[in-house]
Design a protein around this ligand. Structure first.
Ligand SMILES: Nc1ncnc2c1ncn2[C@@H]1O[C@H](COP(=O)(O)OP(=O)(O)OP(=O)(O)O)[C@@H](O)[C@H]1O
Ligand SMILES: [Mg+2]
Length: 293
């Protein structure tokens, strides 16, 4: 993307429960406080994990009501991501959909959010022309960047579902970086080769974004255990081989996020556990360095 436009990052893995939603949230939270930059997060998963967790945020006694009221209004006014997609597929080039704070929810001063809706689930069952939706996310981001009503976002993060949907296709065809969290288990390296291969197959002939694979739920006290190191080496090897074979710019990151129970409450009000803030800062530094290469 051109200078001045936000850096866009999608968190993806076809495997469920690896931490896509948790990592998206924690990165958003850390970035918006660390760099004093505005961050916009999207929940693109029809299962709505991130949206529900934010709705349940207990940080202030009023937030639940606040979000719920805002959300109901956004549904009633047809201002959801689903309505935006609907407008895009119906109006195409003209893309008649105004974006403001009825579309974007302000979690805090610098962390803003576009929630998911159940309707996204049905959208996947309808037959859409793949290339008819390809430019949806790019055009939507263009509207957001040009809107006099909204903040200027430095980073945009997308929490993607554990499946390949039309929306993930649209995100992948325009994002700057794909982040793939894996866990230290037997499935990690097999899953990585599967996802790297299928990303290429599905995005081609369009250019494939840079891909950063990293270990989440690393067992480390504070350094990675022998077992975690073993899985890290395995995943790194598979990344290198697949990247070379498929001619894609994929890399296994040195930074990792440790397994800590406290992270379970990160979204619903506990914030990123203090001892993990550095993990996310390192993940971010490595991501930006890779992006700037
Ligand atoms: N670093 C971590 N340490 C401990 N628990 C973690 C960590 N990261 C994620 N988890 C936990 O793992 C579970 C799955 O996480 P999460 O929902 O973020 O995964 P996901 O990949 O988004 O799942 P889905 O595929 O269903 O969208 C959650 O209970 C979460 O709290
Ligand atoms: Mg999720």
């Amino acid at each position: 993307m051109a200078d001045g436009s936000p850096k866009t990052i999608a968190t993806i893995n076809f495997k469920g429960g690896v931490g896509k939603t948790t990592v998206t949230w924690c990165l958003g939270d850390v970035l918006s406080s660390m760099a004093n930059d505005n961050v916009l997060m999207f929940d693109l998963d029809a299962q709505m994990s991130l949206t529900q967790a934010i709705a349940l945020n207990e940080n202030t006694g009023t937030l639940f009501d606040q979000f719920d009221k805002w959300y109901q209004k956004s549904l009633a006014r047809k201002k959801t991501i689903f309505d935006a997609l609907d407008a895009f597929t119906k109006t195409g080039q003209h893309f008649d959909f105004a974006v403001g704070y009825d579309f974007v929810y302000q979690i805090s001063k610098q962390l803003h959010f576009v929630p998911s809706v159940e309707d996204l689930y049905w959208q996947e069952l309808e037959v859409f022309d793949r290339d008819g939706v390809k430019d949806f996310v790019r055009r939507l981001l263009g509207k957001i960047s040009n809107s006099p009503k909204l903040a200027r976002y430095k980073h945009v993060l997308f929490d993607c579902p554990p499946s390949f949907t039309l929306l993930s296709y649209s995100v992948l065809s325009c994002c700057d970086l794909v982040l793939i969290p894996v866990n230290p288990d037997y499935f990690a390296s097999r899953g990585v080769s599967l996802i790297l291969n299928s990303l290429r197959l599905r995005i081609e002939p369009h250019p494939i974004p840079k891909i950063g694979v990293f270990m989440n739920k690393a067992k480390a006290q504070p350094n990675p255990t022998k077992e975690t190191r073993f899985y890290m080496r395995e995943v790194e090897r598979v990344c290198q081989d697949t990247a070379q074979q498929q001619k894609i710019n994929a890399r296994f990151f040195k930074s990792y996020v440790r397994e800590r129970v406290g992270i379970k409450r990160a979204i619903t009000g506990g914030g990123v556990p203090t001892e993990l803030v550095g993990d996310f800062q390192n993940l971010w530094k490595e991501s930006i360095a890779f992006l700037n290469e």
